[in-house]
Design a protein around this ligand. Sequence first.
Ligand code: BGC
Length: 448
Amino acid sequence: MNEMKINSYLRVLRRSFDITYRDIEAIIADFHAEMARGLKGEGGSLKMLPAFVDVARGSESGTFIALDLGGTNFRVLQVSLNGKGRAKVEHTEKFVIPKSVMRGTGAGLFNFIARSIQRFLIGHVDPKGKRRLGFAFSFPIRQEHIASGILINWTKGFTATGVVGGDVVKLLGRSLEDYGIRNVEITALANDTVGTLAAKSYEDPTCDIGVIFGTGTNACYRERLANIKKIGPRACGGSKRMIINIEWGNFNGFMTSEFDRMLDESSNNPGKQIMEKMISGMYLGELVRLVISDMIRKKLIFKGRKAGFFRDGFTTEHMSQIEDDRSRGMKMAGRYLETIGVKKANADDLRVLKRVCRVVSRRAARISAASLAAVVTWMDPGVRRRHTVGIDGTLYERYPGFRRTIRSVLGGLFGERKKNIRLVHAKDGSGIGVAVVAAVAARNAGQN
Ligand code: BGC
């Protein structure tokens, strides 16, 4: 009896989370319409932000400091480029950003960054030598120039006050001054997707798309200058193309479920980043938690417990571990859940939980594939040319089945031509990539 009720609940859930090929065709058409609007500066859900840089040629060289800010960690790196497509991370250090800093004041955030840079310089490199610095900033920024950018809005868990509307390069510069760091010049600012594309293009000239499937999600690609109507004729270091940061996390052409709406309403940016909330690592765990809480209320799982029993702390990382546990009793998954206070889950409950995780993660992967297909067909409607896509982010790197589903959808859409789309993992691409962006900027300015 209960089994039947569970199956019927899951059937309805699956239907409301399903993304069919027909849906995908509609998503692609909608995506293209929004991309066109964004490039003309007519508003819409896709910001289509010019990055004021094109991909690398592979001949850029030099040593740069790179900052990578965007997820829960903040990293400082020293990267050297050999001029032959090889980038080497000479030193790297990771700093955990306390929630209080992410959600405090802008001055607090930039001082934290400046202190971290100071520690890095003292610990790893000659702290007095002159340095050029590239800043990978994983949020939407409006740029007019490669070395400046205005924060349009925060996303993910960040809410630091007094930064939106300000130039993040100036804000960081001020904090560096306050900490007496005068030998470091910020010469490039780029979104993490732009960094990822730059990093891959440094070694592979066919790379023309950069994607992040991590805490947040986004993509960038190479656009013809003539198509970027909103900035008029501009030179881009002698290139006829410029990278566009799509900010696809804000796309909203989807049917949403009641759980998506609940999640959105309780988020710190309601109505924004709708696609990101259906795809990315920051939100998938919460979506599953909302479904499970509903099932507990309906007495379909974790019998005899209150809905609040499955409270905070369930993350996308747990989903990934649960989907990975193929054993019969799912003992491993049970143990992971104990660590967040979900005690004594029985094998039946765990199996149902796994099915819910699968529904949520499968939709995420199918939407991801649809969006990627939209970008490729925007650049090359017949998918005739070869496209290498540099991808980074924990979801892509580690979530069981995520890559497979993306590949299979691309196969379903493009058949044999799918082989023209090569997906490559660009591990830690944004940090290395922003050093490459700084090198491209130096080359364009005639310094290298
Ligand atoms: C931000 C993007 C970023 C993406 C991946 C999103 O929340 O809006 O700028 O590229 O996360 O980090």
